[in-house]
Design a protein. Structure first.
Length: 249
């Protein structure tokens, strides 16, 4: 249905970069936070300052993963060990929680200042699914998911939302593990092989593949078609409008 094989009966969407233009907001916030931190580390250790690459580092270590995992995975890529700290750590604390809180404060500020724009092709696709009575879920690692859906004006379009808050409450491992997508399929009463996953992140398509989903649609917003296919996408589109055009033929 709608550009996908007939056995697909449920539609599971990542949020940032698939439905809303917020992947770039996250990438900018990660870069600002890590560059401050890395500059300070270089001063402390006398090593060279090597900035966070908002494309390479973001795609490989951060994109799609829950916030704390993103911080941990990037630090590990630079062989930097920090204390975990705790939720009470104020922004600026030299700990995994402290850096993550700094990054979240930046994201929230950028979202407040710039608002949230949905991708028109995604909104159109969602409306068509709704008209056809096909079940839809959002599956996001973000703890800010519900606020972002609301700010984008698309919060009423889903039967189920599994986000960073749900995952924490229910102890679900984050992407690239398949658990959050599996929870969404279950909540919609659909077997994974009859559900499609829509993802722009490498960790996200990997979770679609790991969960045995019927189709994993890679959404290529940043020129990473090959990497999406390699990590788990069955097909790749630049925008969801391509699936609507395909369906109309
Ligand atoms: O920090 P949040 O809003 O809980 O989001 C966690 C992650 O959510 C993902 O959707 C984004 O791709 C990541 O960049 C982001 O870090």
């Amino acid at each position: 249905m709608l550009g996908l094989p007939d056995h697909i009966r449920a539609y599971l969407f990542d949020l940032d970069g698939v439905l809303t233009q917020t992947a770039k907001v996250h990438a900018a916030a990660w870069k600002a936070m890590f560059d401050d931190f890395l500059r300070e580390e270089a001063r402390r250790t006398g090593d060279d300052f090597v900035p966070f690459d908002p494309v390479e580092d973001y795609d490989r270590y951060v994109d799609g993963r829950p916030r704390l995992d993103g911080t941990r995975t990037f630090l590990a890529s630079r062989s930097i060990k920090l204390p975990e700290g705790s939720e009470a750590d104020p922004p600026g604390t030299r700990s995994v929680y402290g850096l993550s809180t700094t990054k979240n404060d930046l994201v929230l500020r950028l979202i407040r200042e710039q608002g949230v724009q949905p991708y028109p092709g995604s909104v159109e696709y969602l409306h068509r699914l709704r008209v056809l009575g096909l079940p839809r879920a959002v599956v996001s690692s973000s703890a800010n998911c519900r606020d972002v859906l609301k700010a984008a004006g698309i919060d009423g379009l889903f039967d189920v939302v599994i986000d960073g808050v749900t995952a924490k409450r229910e102890g679900l491992p984050g992407k690239p593990a398949p658990d959050t997508y599996l929870a969404a399929a279950k909540a919609l009463g659909t077997a994974p092989e009859h559900a499609a996953v829509f993802e722009d992140a490498l960790a996200g398509v990997a979770s679609g593949r790991a969960g045995g989903f019927g189709t994993v649609v890679g959404v290529n917003r940043t020129g990473q078609r090959e990497a999406l296919l390699k990590n788990g996408a069955d097909l790749v589109v630049d925008d969801l409008s391509e699936l609507i055009e395909g369906a109309a033929q």
